[in-house]
Design a protein around this ligand. Structure first.
Ligand code: DGT
Ligand code: CA
Ligand code: ZN
Length: 577
């Protein structure tokens, strides 16, 4: 599918326009188009003209550019922009913390042409003194470069998983294929991934390997053998395919799922029982006889443990819990009854509310909350207090028509730099579900940021803090808040915390979600949907919840509609500053 490439091209156009200081709305249009194409589930090449322009944000002009790319592999508009801007400058812009203005400044004053030059100059302290660049800025740039490099070694789950699933789909069609599974960190849903591990059985291993190394997207073949092959994809991602015997599949799956730390513990337990576990099976020490290995469950059963779900296999207490019979009953996607952070056309979403309802019902949901931005967020088309109330009227009217489904009114109210909210209490109190979040001033001190979140939570109408740490995986670190204090106040004020399922966010992280659960803070798993295809990101949020040991009872949006209504009615009276 060319979807990702086209999305990347549009996003590069946006970068270049920004570098040139062009009209922000034009830039935003490209960014939005890129995002919508990225989250499209169908192959863009297979869409008709009408279907193409039905994608929100894609008009005649952009549809033309998409067709141009599909037939020529390039876009004239992008090519000529690239001519105008010195190469390397966009690379500098990809450093977290370096915007187009800074990039331009660095180029004009110091002739910085790529990231390596930038790093060298920053290390020598030569950026300081340029307009707007202080010592702190220079440190931020160095940290950004480090992040960029780290990011190349490990890629976000949300980028890697779709690529891996695409490969699995293609391998399913190869003749002789038996079992086929993802293993490694992907199967554990770790938030960043170093490489893709695939495990298979096959009656024609040779043909399987031939097909594997010839997959579209393969840039380089590192290794091609009868049982293991490794390739590098265009994106720089490594994929390992191993073909094993039927009788070893379970043991191999357990072994290659990891984590390494978890496996070492399991192996130690085996030794104590006179067993030896490796990727081929479970063997009796005394005579080498294989006593299991076809099924993954064999491995756990033979060391006296119940099955441990992959998301828990980090040696972070799961083995002790398994021994003591207190493994959690992890939440699943099927437990989720609705999504409580959704944007509509009223702000920067792509659909009107009825379209969102239709899509949510198709997923089997019982409710959604419409949480559009408040006006402080100008660029996201935020709503004024009057518009919020106008929207509430529309939702109220819509609810009268709906059977077995409810739209909760809400807002994603911006927490301003001084900790005040961007909508007045008189408005907030009329809404069912208010989500508050920070969208600016990330570089404030830890104390100031914590204070902002704390004062938002003390507002009696704020139900949830959305994406609490503000991180964008591989692009922006979590902002430094006093997590202990933050959670203490969340608990005290009965404010729920969000696991934002948007794949580049996954915020709270698994670790923080687990801590919140320990403290008894309610969690809500939301997608922050801006276009209906993003509803499907819920699976990432559920995975983070599972990695955080969360059970259905820990998560608000596993409640059915009736119980959620009760919870909401209760909440406001319980929650007082
Ligand atoms: P990553 O870094 O995202 O690729 O994470 P993993 O967990 O996928 O790590 P990877 O690809 O190096 O190895 C896949 C699994 O294979 C790993 O989770 C556990 C197993 N494994 C790899 N090397 C060893 C080892 O030296 N000892 C043991 N016991 N297991 C290993
Ligand atoms: Ca791996
Ligand atoms: Zn949002």
């Amino acid at each position: 599918m060319k979807n990702q490439e086209i999305a990347r091209a549009f996003s590069e156009i946006a970068d270049l326009l920004e570098l040139k200081g062009e009209n922000p709305f034009r830039i935003r249009a490209y960014r939005r188009a890129a995002q919508n194409i990225e989250s499209l589930s169908r192959d863009i090449a297979k869409l008709s003209e009408d279907e193409l322009t039905a994608i929100p944000g894609i008009g005649k002009d952009l549809a033309g550019k998409i067709r141009e790319f599909l037939s020529h592999g390039s876009m004239e508009a992008l090519e000529s922009l690239r001519q105008e801007v010195p190469p390397g400058l966009t690379g500098i812009m990809s450093v977290p913390g370096v915007g187009p203005r800074t990039a331009r400044l660095l180029f004009e004053r110091l002739n910085v042409r790529d990231v390596d030059e930038l790093e060298a100059l920053a290390r020598e302290g030569r950026l300081q003194g340029l307009p707007g660049i202080r010592k702190k800025t220079e440190e931020n740039i160095l940290r950004g470069i480090e992040m960029l490099k780290r990011g190349r070694e490990r890629q976000p789950l949300g980028k890697v998983l779709p690529v891996a699933e695409d490969i699995i789909e293609k391998l399913k069609g190869v003749s002789g294929i038996g079992k086929l599974r993802l293993a490694g960190s992907l199967r554990r849903w770790k938030e960043t991934i170093k490489d893709i591990d695939i495990l298979a059985t096959s009656s024609e291993p040779q043909g399987m390997m031939n097909a594997f190394v010839r997959l579209p997207g393969v840039r380089e073949v590192l290794l091609k053998g009868p049982t293991k092959s490794s390739v590098i994809l265009g994106e720089g991602l490594q994929v390992d395919l191993r073909v094993v015997e039927e009788g070893s599949f379970g043991a191999a799956l357990q072994y290659f799922t990891g984590s390494k730390a978890h496996n070492i513990r399991i192996r130690e337990m085996a030794i104590k029982r006179g067993l030896k576990i490796n990727e081929y099976g479970v063997f009796r020490e005394e005579d080498g006889k294989r006593v299991g290995g076809e099924k993954e469950e064999d491995v756990y059963r033979l060391v006296g443990l119940p099955y441990i779900p992959p998301e828990l296999r980090e040696d972070s207490g799961e083995i002790e819990a398994a021994i003591e019979g207190r493994l959690p009953r992890l939440v699943t996607l099927e437990d989720i009854r609705g999504d409580l952070h959704v944007h509509s056309k009223w702000s920067d979403g792509s659909h009107d509310i009825e379209e969102l309802v239709t899509a949510a019902r198709e997923l089997g949901y019982q409710y959604i909350a419409i949480t559009d931005h408040s006006k402080g967020l100008g660029i996201a088309g935020g709503l004024t207090p009057e518009e919020v109330l106008e929207q509430k009227q529309e939702v109220d009217a819509l609810n009268k028509k709906l059977r077995g489904f409810r739209v909760f009114t809400g807002a994603e109210v911006d927490i301003r730099s001084d900790g005040t909210l961007d909508l007045p209490d008189e408005v907030l109190k009329q809404l069912d579900f208010v989500v508050a979040s920070i969208h600016s001033g990330f570089r404030q001190s830890s104390r100031q940021l914590t204070m902002r979140l704390v004062s938002a939570m003390k507002n009696p109408y704020v139900r949830v803090i959305a994406h609490p740490t503000g991180r964008i995986i591989g692009e922006r670190d979590a902002y430094e808040i006093d997590m202990k204090e933050f959670m203490r106040v969340a608990k005290e004020t009965k404010t729920a915390l969000e696991i934002n399922a948007y794949p580049m966010r996954l915020d709270l992280s698994d670790r923080h979600a687990r801590e919140a659960k320990r403290l008894g803070i309610p969690i809500v798993v939301n997608t922050d949907t801006h276009i209906v295809t993003q509803f499907k990101y819920m699976r990432y949020g559920v995975a983070i919840a599972r990695r955080g040991w969360l059970e259905p009872g820990d998560i608000i949006n596993t409640l059915n509609l009736k119980d959620l209504e009760r919870f909401i009615n209760q909440g406001v009276s319980v929650k007082k500053p």
